[in-house]
Design a protein around this ligand. Structure first.
Ligand code: PAF
Length: 286
């Protein structure tokens, strides 16, 4: 990938075309990196694309709003879509190819197979979005099989998703390296997300409280305070700020299992809470 190259990326609308392109690159000895997205690209996605360009000879971005990872009452139909804007941003970055399949291409008549998950896919998001990770894992497996990259890059903003995908790739023996990159944030700490577009002005002003509260818990845990007390305080702080809290949890950063001994384990704080009609998630290392 050539940064600032003016050429538009090649668009692959079908699995066959994506596979052919992957074969062409491989036969020329070129490595490739995939950045999977659902479009409505923001600076967080673009940071992943820039990182991809440093790690492989060619970069492919997938844009597919995956219906199977949305619950029946969720925002699939209203999820932001901006294909023209996305393609302009990717052209600006010199991305080589964009895999942009239709729903029928990804889920043809008679589609009946899904990836079944345990381990890091249990609890947290899954308690509130029970079919979400099955949809994510199935579509990511299909995106990897279609584009056949050497490396695929995901943001740590969806930390549980990242661990689910790592586990799946290991367990199914999919030959790709998975890399997670740090969350990109607004100057006030709010994690970038396509769903931030749903926030009203007043909600946008309140939203950084989510990250600030996680930071306060991390500080308390590092100072040796009782994690359960710090987590309860965090839930109260968010509720007082107007959030409807789904969870604020301290977990083992590698497995997402509950923490037995905070002094001896890698730790991750994860939270999900709704502000108005916008469900926000965030996480930080401790
Ligand atoms: O993180 C996302 O944008 C989506 O969950 C992904 C990985 C592109 C699968 O649809």
């Amino acid at each position: 990938m050539t940064l600032n190259a003016p050429a538009s990326p090649r668009i692959d609308p079908t699995v066959d075309r994506a596979r052919l392109r992957s074969f062409e690159w491989r036969s020329k000895g070129l490595t490739s990196a995939l950045v999977p997205t659902m479009g409505a690209l923001h600076e967080g996605h673009l940071a992943l694309v820039r990182a991809a360009a440093k790690r492989a000879d060619t970069v492919v971005v997938s844009i597919f709003v995956n219906p199977t990872q949305f619950g029946p009452a969720e925002d699939f139909s209203s999820y932001p879509r901006d294909h023209a804007g996305d393609l302009a941003k990717l052209a600006e970055l010199g991305v080589d190819a964009v895999f942009m399949p239709s729903t029928e291409e990804m889920y043809p008549e008679g589609f009946a197979t899904t990836v079944s998950l345990e381990g890091p896919a249990l609890g947290l998001e899954a308690d509130f979005r029970p079919t979400h990770f099955q949809g994510v894992a199935t579509v990511v497996a299909k995106l990897l099989l279609a584009t056949q990259p050497d490396i695929a890059i995901f943001g740590e903003k969806d930390y549980q998703q990242l661990l689910v995908i790592r586990r799946m790739v290991t367990d199914l023996g999919i030959p790709v390296a998975i890399e997670g990159l740090p969350t990109v944030r607004e100057p006030d700490g709010l994690a970038l997300s396509s769903r931030n577009a749903y926030l009203s002005e007043a909600e946008r002003a309140t939203a950084p409280l989510l990250q600030a509260t996680l930071r306060a818990v991390a500080g308390a845990v590092l100072a040796g305070d009782d994690p359960a007390t710090a987590l309860a305080t965090a839930r109260d702080t968010l509720a007082a700020g107007g959030f409807a809290v789904d969870y604020v949890e301290l977990r083992n950063a590698d497995t997402l299992a509950p923490v037995a001994d905070p002094a001896c384990e890698p730790l991750r704080l994860l939270a999900a809470a709704t502000l108005g009609r916008t469900r926000l998630i965030d996480n930080i290392a401790v």
